[in-house]
Design a protein. Sequence first.
Length: 312
Amino acid sequence: MAQYTPLELADKLKDGLLSFPVTAFDKNLEIDEAAYRSHLDWQSSFDVAGLFAAGGTGEGFALTAEEASKVVRMAVEEAGSRVPVLASAGGSTKQAIQNAQDAEAAGAEGLLLLPPYLTECDQDGLYEHASQICSSTKTGVIVYNRANAIYSAETVARLADNHENFIGFKDALGDIEHLTKVYAKNGDRLFYLGGLPTAETFALPLLQLGMSTYSSAMYNFVPEFALDFYKDVRAQDRVAVNEKLNRFVLPYLEIRDRVKGYGVSIVKGGLKAIGRDSGPVRPPLQDLTEKDLADLSTLIQQAGIVPAGASL
């Protein structure tokens, strides 16, 4: 049963770091329940504001509806007493409704609504899609502004006016004019989070556009560093942010950009490097090469950000 109303959830999430735990797989690419539960226990032991199960970094796009429901339920069981757990919904409208209702039944506090599958969308269609998902659940709903789901400021306001449980706007475009319009029209009715990969790169400038938080993929394997980075962003300490960008984030991006799809693979690579292996990624993604993994391991050590208890 949810511990937060949607508005309480928004208030909780807007002032802390967020993350998407990886989904652990075994060598046969089946869900590794023990490894996943162990990862969730570790992730929820830090002062993070919210964890999104079966999301992008959690390879939600590679999970069946049944697997996604199982992953969310395990996340609630392992972490839900310490940190809000949210789920994701995607695909067709009916599929997203199923994801939303499964997540609510599993005890998730909220939901990230991913873009509809493989079709162009205009504003009335997007509104109806998001509206139906909001109506299907009592949990808080956050829309993800990316790909074919670009919500205008007016559509966002329309959703906010008609659905009390519509609480957040996540952006993966970084269009300054668009973000300014969305924030100016909707103000504090919603909370706003950055979703550009890798979020740390854009966190400080997006703060000026009302985005008080973001989802950190690297939190999965260097949680203390990710939390310190977020504190520097919120303090608007440009010197500290730039130092961390140069010491780790920008070299990390260089490895990430070597292969398409490495945005998730590099996170699992980071976990393997620190001795918390969560297994391989599922196709169509591909694991880091031995060289890329070695380069990442060296970078983590040279940056001085090896987590406590790591075996790197």
